[in-house]
Design a protein around this ligand. Structure first.
Ligand SMILES: NC(=O)c1ccc[n+]([C@@H]2O[C@H](COP(=O)([O-])OP(=O)(O)OC[C@H]3O[C@@H](n4cnc5c(N)ncnc54)[C@H](OP(=O)(O)O)[C@@H]3O)[C@@H](O)[C@H]2O)c1
Length: 281
């Protein structure tokens, strides 16, 4: 790992034996397992002996990942579903609950990002689409699975973004709003189910090289984690009872956002302007 990555990386579970000790033989659901961080997390869980349940829309991609996990001696099952479709979410939650009544953990990772000026985004219903995939869909899925998790105790991991914790950034409103809203909702739920043996944790990731971040040209020059490195961080709450996993610099950024929100907002607006000028060249 390069020095810049080392400085940027959140704490992570890089010890396969520690992961095996925590998850072997236990059913773990990973949403968004057809690509990027979710796929990497599903593969790491499969290699560590978990029974991996893979959820996303693309059934063939899920079948490929599951076949690969099984070919390496693991166990995996696919659950194709669109989190933006409330009926599909209800059905898949019921199916998972019936087929895996001993479900132990959910890695809520599926998500979508859009970076667009707010008025352009309004014409394409960015906010509605992102709220469905990043907030209401995952929330409905968790509520469907919650009675089982509460019965036996379990862990819910939210794969979130550092941007859910810092001040609003230009063109990121729909993404930041949906990620921050879900995160707050989940931690409120966490306080309700804490006494019933269900643990909730959020993993606030910095930039990660995946199909999600690839379209943003400016990101190609920034340090970023690989999907595997991000998955190591995403799985840490399965191994340790942490409430939050984040790179070391997120706390100072959050404090700066409280103490000097105007300064940060104008800094972000300037960066945006500089990037616009650069991309017009
Ligand atoms: N990449 C980054 O820089 C970064 C940074 C911080 C946080 N994150 C977070 O990390 C998570 C994973 O992102 P990624 O970078 O790995 O992105 P990705 O490669 O684009 O993967 C997104 C996953 O979500 C699934 N998904 C999208 N819409 C869905 C829907 N309607 N129903 C069910 N599944 C759906 C996709 O599968 P299908 O298309 O098959 O449905 C895919 O498996 C996201 O929550 C993202 O916000 C990413």
């Amino acid at each position: 790992m390069s020095l810049s990555r080392l400085l940027l990386s959140p704490p992570a579970c890089r010890d396969p034996e520690a992961l095996r000790a925590a998850v072997a033989g236990r059913p773990v659901l990973v949403t968004g397992a057809s690509s990027g961080i979710g796929e990497a997390a599903a593969r790491q869980l499969g290699a560590a002996g978990a029974e991996v349940l893979l959820l996303a829309r693309r059934a063939e991609r899920l079948e490929e990942v599951a076949a690969d996990i099984c070919a390496r001696g693991g166990r995996a099952h696919v659950y194709p579903a669109d989190l933006a479709d409330p009926e599909a979410v209800r059905a898949v939650a019921a199916r998972i609950g019936a087929e895996h009544p001993d479900l132990w953990a959910v890695v809520s990772n599926a998500g979508k990002s859009v970076r667009r000026p707010a008025l352009e985004g309004a014409a394409r219903d960015d906010l509605g689409r992102l709220l469905a995939v990043n907030f209401s869909g995952p929330a409905a899925l968790l509520l469907g699975l919650l009675p089982g998790l509460v019965r036996r105790g379990g862990v819910i991991v939210n794969v979130s973004s550092v941007s859910a914790r810092h001040v609003g950034a230009p063109r990121w409103g729909a993404y930041q709003g949906s990620k921050a809203g879900f995160d707050l909702w989940l931690h409120a739920l966490g306080t309700e189910v804490r006494g019933q043996g269900v643990r909730v944790a959020s993993v606030y990731l910095p930039l990660v090289q995946t199909p999600m971040s690839a379209p943003t040209r400016a990101y190609r020059f920034l340090p970023a984690l690989s999907a595997d490195e991000a998955a190591h961080a995403a799985l840490l709450p399965l191994v340790r009872p942490v409430l939050r996993v984040a790179p070391w610099w997120l706390r100072p950024v959050e404090v700066a956002g409280l103490l000097a929100p105007g300064l940060l907002a104008s800094g972000l607006a300037r960066l945006e302007e500089a990037e616009r000028r650069w991309s017009r060249r």
